[in-house]
Write a protein that binds this ligand. Structure first.
Ligand code: OSB
Ligand code: MG
Length: 390
């Protein structure tokens, strides 16, 4: 397959409710929707970067320029034989994993469609896992009462576990209130998005009696050393999110004893090939994984669900239904929660869903088309083209 053109749509969709984490509040989902075109087939993906580098260092701007200057020049004119080749071809480019992921994932969708098979089959997923158990990630709420209200609403819909965002000062009190309100059997976990230091160990130890399933990324976003010390001191299992960017990171974190569980986000680690290697590395060492999310639209969510069919995804993921995030998704029909708290993996070719053209036109604030036929795409790290067009 030779890429003939890339289309980029920058879209802005209002979130139903603002989503607050320890690093900021989002009221709007913004993302690049990437379309890879070749031979009359379109492959789709989205980037999980945000406006500002608060979750990690990537942003919409870095994704745009990495694609344009560094990633696409390495694929231009090449006849790709397998989606796995993309990860290898892009390996010389350091970092920029969200940009790599968007491109690589769109190419996986393209290959699956060209073979007429659902993406999960190409990834090597398990045919018996077409209903993916899901949980919900609840942003920091203004009060414990508001958290309990939100949580009870989600439990009533059927979500299988609650993930509660925490930050210093908004941690033990709301979590205790929630545990008291929902009882001992509901699966609860907390996600700190790197808001604590090892010095805060007493605050985190005080969460042990709450019987949380896990504590996600309490310490620095690039740390796997202090997480090891913390893990030794806590009863609550430690899950890494931000700190695992590759299968090599996963191997090191597991060898050091820095985590019990890994949150795999295909967008964070650089695409499906790396995500699968993280999954396999963890499985070989008996470390459980689950599929994280970044408030994706239906396009990214579909990719996440296909990935979740791999056998070691044995804990509910953050791949909630469309209506947990948006009044209107960019896919139609949206993802709906089954009564048993699962989402169904789409069974059509590729990711099995496509952006609705009318909704893309309504939600997009920017559109670019990059023709790449004949391999003429330049690049090489210098800004080029008309800089005023962006
Ligand atoms: O740390 O998992 C995270 C959303 C944005 C940035 C980081 C995170 C999250 C979530 C949302 O927790 C998960 C979802 O998509 O529902
Ligand atoms: Mg997280």
């Amino acid at each position: 397959m030779k890429i003939e053109a890339i289309h980029l749509d920058f879209i802005e969709i209002p979130l139903k409710a603002p989503f607050q984490t320890s690093f900021g509040t989002d009221s709007l989902k913004t993302t690049w929707i990437l379309t890879v075109l070749s031979g009359g087939i379109a492959g789709y993906a989205e980037s999980v970067a945000d406006v500002e580098p608060l979750y990690n260092e990537e942003t919409h701007a870095t994704v745009y320029f990495a694609l344009k200057n560094d990633l696409l020049p390495r694929l231009a004119g090449l006849d790709l034989q397998r989606p796995e080749d993309v990860d290898r071809l892009l390996a010389p480019v350091r970092g920029n994993r969200m940009a790599k992921a968007a491109l690589e994932m769109a190419i996986w969708d393209w290959f699956a469609k060209s073979q007429g098979v659902p993406l999960w089959q190409l990834i090597g997923g398990d045919a018996a896992r077409m209903r993916i158990p899901v949980g919900v990630s609840i942003g920091i709420q203004p009060s414990p009462e508001a958290l309990i209200d939100a949580a009870q609403g989600y439990l009533a819909q059927g979500y299988r576990r609650l993930k509660v965002k925490i930050k210093p000062g908004t941690d033990r009190v709301p979590l205790e209130a929630l545990r008291r309100a929902v009882g001992p059997d509901v699966l609860i976990m907390a996600d700190a998005n790197s808001a604590y230091r090892l010095d805060d160990i007493d605050i985190l130890k005080a969460l042990d009696p709450l019987n949380l399933m896990m504590l996600e990324q309490p310490l620095a976003e690039d740390d796997i050393i202090d997480h090891r010390f913390l893990r030794e001191a806590l009863q609550t299992p430690i899950c890494l999110d931000e700190a695992v960017r590759s299968d090599e990171d996963a191997r090191k974190a597991i060898e050091l004893g820095s985590c019990d569980i890994i949150n795999i986000k295909v967008g964070r680690v650089g695409g499906h090939a790396v995500a699968r290697r993280v999954h396999d590395t963890a499985m070989a060492d008996g470390v459980l994984v689950w599929c994280g999310g970044m408030l994706e639209t239906g396009i990214g969510r579909a990719h996440n669900l296909h990935l979740s069919t791999l056998p070691n995804f044995r804990l509910p993921g953050d791949t909630s239904a469309s209506d947990r995030y948006f009044h209107e998704d960019i896919i139609d029909p949206p993802f709906r929660l089954n009564a048993d708290g699962t989402l169904t993996v789409p069974d059509g070719p590729g990711i099995g869903v496509a952006p609705d053209p009318d909704r893309i036109r309504r939600f997009r604030t920017h559109h670019e088309e990059w023709p790449m036929g004949g391999g003429q795409w330049k690049g090489g790290g210098k800004p080029h083209g008309n800089p005023t067009s962006f």
